[in-house]
Ligand binder design. Structure first.
Ligand SMILES: [Mn+2]
Length: 334
């Protein structure tokens, strides 16, 4: 159990507190941060939730009071410079805070890493509250609030439920534990509309996203005894489908659902000469070690990395590395 009391003490002795999460935020980061925003505001803190990306449309329901802000230097820099504390949710890597992280370091703001990703021992964090066994950062937020006997309200419960639901693939992935369901029960008791949240998050695909998915399915590559299914997404494919970066979320999870496939691998060409790599495992293979050897990281069964280079070169390199590591892991099962 983490020392939540020490975090509550730190919060109690701070007046201005910034909350943030990673770029291209997901339900876990946003749900965790909004839940804590509602708590901190309730206890009278001057609190703002600022992150670098635009809020993905499907998470608008977490933002009825416009508490989620997209970082703009001219709007936020003065306020941030006076902040006593920053609490960062689900970030995995400090660099994923982008300009918000730069503001934290340049103003020497005390920064709390509140996360279920592995500890990268980044000195830019002052304190770490890390629990890699938690299915979602939202599960840790639940513990953090319970440790102070906070009565959850509906707004907090909406955030926590969204966090746990999205990081467990709606309570289906292998990380789902009893506590996730216990949290869900409590959220239902508090009036969370779980069907509505599911619909907002998962039933809002754009036509571009579906067109892109069709293209990917038509060009899937199977290897390693068909246990590895990989696909690449070029900028040209993105343009043809009129899709945006956000649209690729969930594709690796979907490809992993194919019978016999143990690992899904996506290599996505960014517009800036880098490629984003994404691994999803059903559980037979550990893939964050592969991500790590490519300069990235993540969870045992969901991980990623970024590589510089064109799509073809990066794909060749990543596939070679993946083949070799999966083969190695394979030969260690016996
Ligand atoms: Mn998470």
């Amino acid at each position: 159990m983490l020392d939540w009391k020490s975090l509550h003490n730190t919060i109690n002795s701070s007046a201005k507190i910034m909350l943030s999460t990673h770029e291209n935020p997901d339900g876990d980061g946003l749900g965790s941060a909004t839940a804590v925003w509602h708590y901190l505001t309730q206890i009278g803190k001057d609190c703002r939730l600022i992150h670098v990306s635009d809020l993905p449309m499907e998470y608008n329901f977490l933002n009825p009071d416009n508490i989620i802000e997209t970082y703009r230097p001219e709007i936020h820099d003065t306020w941030i410079s006076k902040a006593d504390l920053a609490i960062i949710f689900d970030v995995g890597d400090f660099n994923r805070l982008r300009q918000v992280g730069e503001q934290i370091t340049s103003n020497s703001i005390k920064a709390i890493n509140f996360d279920h990703h592995p500890d990268l021992k980044d000195k830019r964090f002052t304190n770490n509250y890390i629990q890699i066994t938690a299915a979602a950062t939202g599960e840790m937020v639940y513990d953090f609030l319970k440790a102070a006997n906070v009565d959850l309200n509906l707004a907090m419960a909406n955030g926590i439920y969204t966090a746990v639901m999205t990081d467990t693939g709606s309570f289906c992935y292998s990380n789902t534990n009893q506590k996730c369901h216990q949290i869900a029960i409590e959220c239902l008791e508090l009036g969370v509309n779980t069907a509505k949240i599911y619909q907002r998050v998962y039933e809002s695909r754009t036509p571009g996203q579906v067109k892109l998915l069709a293209d990917i399915i038509n060009n899937l590559d199977y290897s390693n005894n068909r246990e590895l299914a990989s696909f690449t997404i070029s900028q040209e494919m993105m343009n043809n489908a009129n899709a945006n970066k956000k649209d690729i979320d969930g594709f690796s999870d979907f490809i992993r659902t194919i019978r016999g496939v143990e690992v899904a691998l996506m290599i996505f060409e960014n517009a800036n000469g880098t490629c984003r790599i994404n691994f999803r495992s059903k559980g037979k293979y550990i893939i964050n070690t592969i991500a790590k050897s490519l300069g990235g990281g993540g969870h045992k069964f969901a991980a990623g990395a970024v590589q510089t280079g064109n799509l073809v070169d990066v794909a060749n390199k990543v596939l070679a590395e993946t083949h070799s590591q999966l083969t190695k892991q394979d030969s260690s099962f016996s």
